[in-house]
Design a protein around this ligand. Structure first.
Ligand SMILES: Nc1ncnc2c1ncn2[C@@H]1O[C@H](COP(=O)(O)OP(=O)(O)OP(=O)(O)O)[C@@H](O)[C@H]1O
Ligand SMILES: [Mg+2]
Length: 403
C-alpha cells in the first residue's frame, strides 16, 4: 500500500485517495456499478472481479490497497478467498472487508477466523462503508509507517554495533602493536640499568641498538596512526602543486636503489619521456610510492626483477573521468591469495602468505588508498595467472588547455 505523500498526512478522500486502489469482488453488476461510482467519486482507483478465483489473480497482479468482498460468491466463496489471501505472506497485509446478507454469530466467528479485517451487512449504508474503508486504510498506513521506523531503527542499531566493533578491533590491534616495541625499549633499558657495571661496552651497545630499533618502530607506527586518523577525519592538509609526477617516481626509485641492491633485486623501469603533469602533494604521493616499493622489495625473492612503469590511460569510471597517468609496480612472486586481494587495503590486514618479520602493521595500504582518493585517483591490485602481482595508482593528469 502506498503511504500518503507526507508523514503527518492521513488518507483523505479526494485529496490523496487517488494513490489507493480498491478491489470490489461481487457477482452482481448492479452492486459493482454502485460501489464503483461512489468510490471513484471519492477519488479511489477501482478494480473489479466477479468471483474469488478471478480476485486472487487480480490481487497477484495489481496488489490493491483494500478488498471489498461479497461472501456469497458461487465460484469460490468470499470466506475461502479471504482465508486463502490472508495465508499468503505477500498479501496478508491487505485489509479485507467482507459484505454479507445476514449477521449471525456463526458468520462473525467464521469471518474473523478467515482473517477478515471487518464486515458490513447488506444493504450497505454508504456513509458507514466510506468511514470503514478510510479507517482500514489509515490503520494500514500507520502500521506500515511503524514497520518502516522499526526497520530503520534496526538498521541504525546494526550499523552502530558494527562501527563499535570496528573501533574496538582497531583499539585492540593498536594497543597490541604499540605494546610490542614499547616492551622492547623498556626491557633493554632495564637490562642496561641493572648490568651497567657488569657487562662490557659491546653488550651495552647492543642494548642501545635494540632500544633505538624499537623506538624507530614505535615512531613509524605512531606516525602511521596519526596519518590515518587525519586522513579518515578529513583533517590531512595537503600541499598540492602541478608538477611532473614522473620526477617523483624517479626520485623515490633512487632512494630505494640501495635497499634493492642489498636484496639483489633489480628494477625494470619504463617511464614516459614527456612530463606527466599532475596536481599532487609530493610528500604524500612519495609516501604512497615508498610503501608500494617497500612492500614489493620486501615480499619479492632475491634476484628477482620489479617492474616500474607509467603510462597514460583514458578512463570513464565514476572516479576518473578523463586522462590519467597509471603508475604500476609489479613483480612475480608468492602472490596474494585471491580472496585476500580485496582486503589488503584494509587497516591492520596482512596477507596470510606474505608477512613481515616485525615493524610492519598493515596500515600502509590503508593510508595509500585514502591519500590517492584525496587526489581523485584510484589504487588497485591485480594478479594474473602467471603469478605477476601489480599494484597500480591512477591519477588525473592536468589537462592541457590547448588540447
Ligand atoms: N607487493 C606485495 N606483495 C605481496 N604481498 C603484499 C604486497 N604489498 C602488500 N602485501 C600484503 O598486504 C599487506 C598489507 O600491506 P600494507 O603496506 O598495508 O602493510 P604492511 O606493509 O604490512 O605494514 P606497513 O605498510 O604499515 O608497514 C602486507 O602485510 C602483505 O601481506
Ligand atoms: Mg607496507
Amino acid at each position: 500500500m502506498k503511504p500518503p505523500a507526507t508523514q503527518s498526512e492521513k488518507i483523505v478522500p479526494g485529496k490523496n485517495t487517488g494513490e489507493q486502489s480498491i478491489l470490489i469482488v461481487d457477482e452482481s453488476p448492479v452492486v459493482r456499478h454502485l460501489l464503483r461510482d461512489r468510490l471513484q467519486q471519492q477519488g479511489y482507483i477501482v478494480l473489479e472481479s466477479l468471483n474469488g478465483g478471478e480476485a486472487i489473480e487480480l490481487v497477484k497482479k495489481s496488489k490493491p490497497s483494500l478488498i471489498l468482498m461479497d461472501t456469497g460468491l458461487h465460484a469460490m466463496d468470499g470466506l475461502s478467498t479471504c482465508a486463502y489471501l490472508k495465508k499468503q505472506k505477500k498479501f496478508q497485509h491487505i485489509p479485507i472487508l467482507l459484505i454479507t446478507l445476514q449477521e449471525d454469530e456463526a458468520f462473525v466467528d467464521k469471518a474473523f477466523e478467515a482473517g477478515a479485517d471487518d464486515y458490513l451487512i447488506k444493504p450497505i449504508q454508504w456513509s458507514c462503508l466510506r468511514q470503514r474503508i478510510l479507517y482500514q486504510l489509515n490503520q494500514q498506513y500507520l502500521k506500515k509507517k511503524l514497520e518502516d521506523q522499526a526497520r530503520a531503527l534496526r538498521l541504525a542499531k546494526a550499523e552502530a554495533e558494527s562501527a563499535n566493533l570496528a573501533e574496538s578491533e582497531f583499539l585492540a590491534n593498536m594497543s597490541h602493536e604499540l605494546r610490542t616495541p614499547m616492551h622492547g625499549i623498556l626491557s633493554y633499558a632495564q637490562f642496561g640499568l641493572k648490568r651497567i657495571d657488569k657487562v662490557p661496552r659491546e653488550k651495552l651497545k647492543e642494548y642501545f641498538q635494540e632500544i633505538n630499533d624499537s623506538g624507530d618502530k614505535l615512531l613509524k607506527l605512531l606516525n602511521e596512526i596519526i596519518d590515518l586518523a587525519k586522513l579518515e577525519t578529513g583533517k590531512m592538509s595537503y600541499d598540492f602543486h602541478e608538477e611532473n609526477i614522473v620526477e617523483e617516481v624517479d626520485s623515490v626509485l633512487y632512494e630505494f636503489a640501495g635497499l634493492a641492491k642489498d636484496k639483489h633485486v633489480s628494477f625494470s623501469i619504463n617511464l614516459p619521456e614527456i612530463p606527466a603533469v599532475v596536481n599532487f602533494d609530493r610528500l604524500r604521493i612519495g609516501q604512497v610510492l615508498r610503501n608500494l616499493l617497500a612492500n614489493a622489495i620486501g615480499f619479492t625473492e632475491s634476484d628477482s626483477t620489479i617492474g616500474v612503469s607509467a603510462e597514460n590511460e583514458i578512463s570513464d569510471s565514476e572516479r576518473l573521468s578523463h586522462k590519467n597517468i597509471k603508475i604500476s609496480i609489479s613483480y612475480k612472486g608468492n602472490g596474494i591469495p585471491e580472496e585476500e586481494l580485496v582486503s589488503v587495503f584494509d587497516k591492520f590486514v596482512q596477507s596470510s602468505v606474505n608477512q613481515w618479520h616485525s615493524g610492519h602493521t598493515g596500515l600502509g595500504l590503508a593510508i595509500c588508498r585514502q591519500i590517492i582518493e584525496d587526489h581523485h585517483g584510484k589504487i588497485t591490485v591485480q594478479q594474473n595467472s602467471d603469478g605477476v602481482l601489480t599494484f597500480s595508482v591512477s591519477l588525473p593528469l592536468v589537462q592541457d588547455p590547448a588540447i
